[in-house]
Design a protein around this ligand. Structure first.
Ligand SMILES: NC(=O)C1=CN([C@@H]2O[C@H](COP(=O)(O)OP(=O)(O)OC[C@H]3O[C@@H](n4cnc5c(N)ncnc54)[C@H](O)[C@@H]3O)[C@@H](O)[C@H]2O)C=CC1
Ligand SMILES: O=C([O-])CC(=O)C(=O)O
Length: 329
């Protein structure tokens, strides 16, 4: 283990997602068994004491790969030199709210953190926003960090991707490992579009394998898109372990690459692909090689998919307009 530690920032580190995320990063699940990590944990001042307790627990795990933990409430200190930044810290929604309702409450967090990353992060920093509304928060952070290349700002739709795989596998009675090329298009919201027309089950087209447009429209899509609300209704608080799992999965693949013959859903700044206006942070099918992702090109978009993608992208454009009016970008 001669490698220098990778500095990984996590915001909202004393929160629900943080409690699952930190231990998995420190155990090597993010970057593999040979890469030491240094955790840089940001919280608001009143949560620092709770965060100290979490750090005591990290100490008590004696993780061989965890070389150091830095904590604090000042982003310009905590983000100093970080290579990876997982922006989780934000208020979660509660029953009856849509994620977009959090825009004004959470948006301001991402202006400050975008600026701090711009000033002090490592030159190779990769930034993943999990805090909701994730896509537009990522847009805010990106817009406040003019010196960091835009493509280094991603938002999390991997949880939706995993949910879609799980729902499809259950419907067809196959293991999740037989499902490939799942795509979530658009926003991490109730308008997102999980696409079965380009997905595969054991190499066959998933929509054809299902062979039931009614199920796709009335069961599959709403179940995936409203899964977050269903979890809030059941658990009384929003998904945490599955969100941490998806955050790890996205960053792991962004750093270490996607498997041959498959892709993952990542919300990335649009380059205009598939008619999504340039600059909006929207979910696309992506492959990653050597730490760089590319949007998969040339997929067929039928009329049904086109309408669904357009509706979700229109919502992203509305959110962009709203944060522009709030003066956040
Ligand atoms: N994109 C996705 O798929 C998902 C996103 N989420 C979102 O993730 C976010 C966090 O969720 P939880 O951990 O369950 O919430 P939580 O309330 O348990 O934890 C959030 C933490 O963030 C901290 N925080 C607030 N403002 C901060 C700031 N300016 N800097 C640093 N830390 C700050 C809070 O003190 C708190 O400890 C929420 O916005 C939630 O909606 C949750 C699940 C899935
Ligand atoms: O639904 C929420 O508010 C939390 C979340 O983003 C999810 O579980 O997908």
């Amino acid at each position: 283990m001669t490698q220098a530690p990778v500095k990984v920032a996590v915001t909202g580190a004393a929160g629900q997602i943080g409690y699952s995320l930190l231990f998995r990063i420190a155990s090597g699940e993010l970057l593999g068994p040979d890469t030491p990590v240094q955790l840089h944990l940001l919280e608001i001042t009143p949560a620092l004491k709770a965060l100290e307790g979490v750090v005591m627990e990290l100490d008590d795990c004696a993780f061989p790969l965890l070389s150091k933990v830095v904590i604090g409430d000042d982003a310009t200190k905590v983000f100093d030199g970080v290579n990876l930044a997982m922006l989780v810290g934000a208020r979660p929604r509660t029953a009856g709210m849509e994620r977009g309702d959090l825009l004004s409450a959470n948006g301001a967090i991402f202006t400050a953190q975008g600026k701090a990353l711009n000033d002090v992060a490592a030159d190779d920093v990769k930034i993943l926003v999990t805090g909701n509304p994730a896509n537009t928060n990522a847009l805010i952070a990106m817009s406040n960090a003019p010196d960091i290349p835009a493509e280094r700002f991603n938002a999390l739709t991997r949880l939706d991707h995993n949910r879609a795989i799980s729902q499809l596998a259950a419907r067809l009675g196959v293991p999740v490992t037989e499902i490939k090329k799942m795509t979530i298009w658009g926003n991490h919201s109730a308008t997102q579009y999980p696409d079965l027309f380009n997905a595969e089950v054991n190499g066959a087209n998933a929509a054809e394998a299902v062979n039931d447009q009614g199920w796709i429209e009335n069961d599959f899509i709403p179940t995936v898109a409203k899964r977050g609300a269903a979890i809030i209704a059941a658990r009384g608080s929003s998904s945490a372990a599955s969100a941490a799992n998806a955050t790890i999965g996205h960053m792991h693949d962004w750093v270490l690459g996607t498997p041959e013959g498959d892709w993952v859903s990542m919300s990335v700044p649009s380059d205009g692909s598939y008619g999504v206006p340039e600059g909006l942070i929207s979910s696309f099918p992506c492959v990653v090689k050597d730490g760089k992702y590319e949007i998969v090109q040339g997929l067929e978009i039928n009329d049904f998919s086109r309408a669904k993608i357009d509706a979700s992208v229109a919502e992203l454009a509305d959110e962009k307009q709203a944060v522009t009016e709030l003066g956040l970008i």
